[in-house]
Design a protein around this ligand. Structure first.
Ligand SMILES: [Zn+2]
Length: 108
């Protein structure tokens, strides 16, 4: 097993998205949680998030009832939970990452 060598694709206030130059997997890091994807799964994840409207799926969260959106991961017991500002930043970051991944694959 070789060591992962992450290269940051996109970095925001709440996230970073990186690709590993060794195994080519994509890492999505939100606060202290990292979710790993192979390239095709990441593209599917990103496209699905980008077209998800926050308002339609937001639910009130305790203790103050602030609206958040819950996003499933590939592990059924683990979900991400984003407030509106984070979700908007997430969409922008994913859009940018998709573009960079596409450019990278065209240049190969
Ligand atoms: Zn790796």
């Amino acid at each position: 097993m070789s060591r992962c060598i992450p290269k940051v694709l996109v970095q925001g206030e709440h996230f970073n998205i990186s690709t590993c130059s060794s195994c080519k997997r994509i890492g999505f890091c939100y606060k202290n949680l990292i979710s790993g994807f192979d390239r095709n799964d990441f593209v599917g994840f990103a496209q699905s998030i980008i077209k998800t409207p926050f308002e339609k799926f937001a639910v009130p969260f305790p203790p103050y009832g602030e609206e958040r959106i819950v996003i499933k991961t590939c592990h059924e017991d683990i979900q991400f939970c984003f407030h509106p500002v984070e979700f908007s930043e997430l969409k922008d970051s994913l859009q940018e990452a998709l573009l960079l991944i596409e450019v990278e694959s065209v240049l190969k």
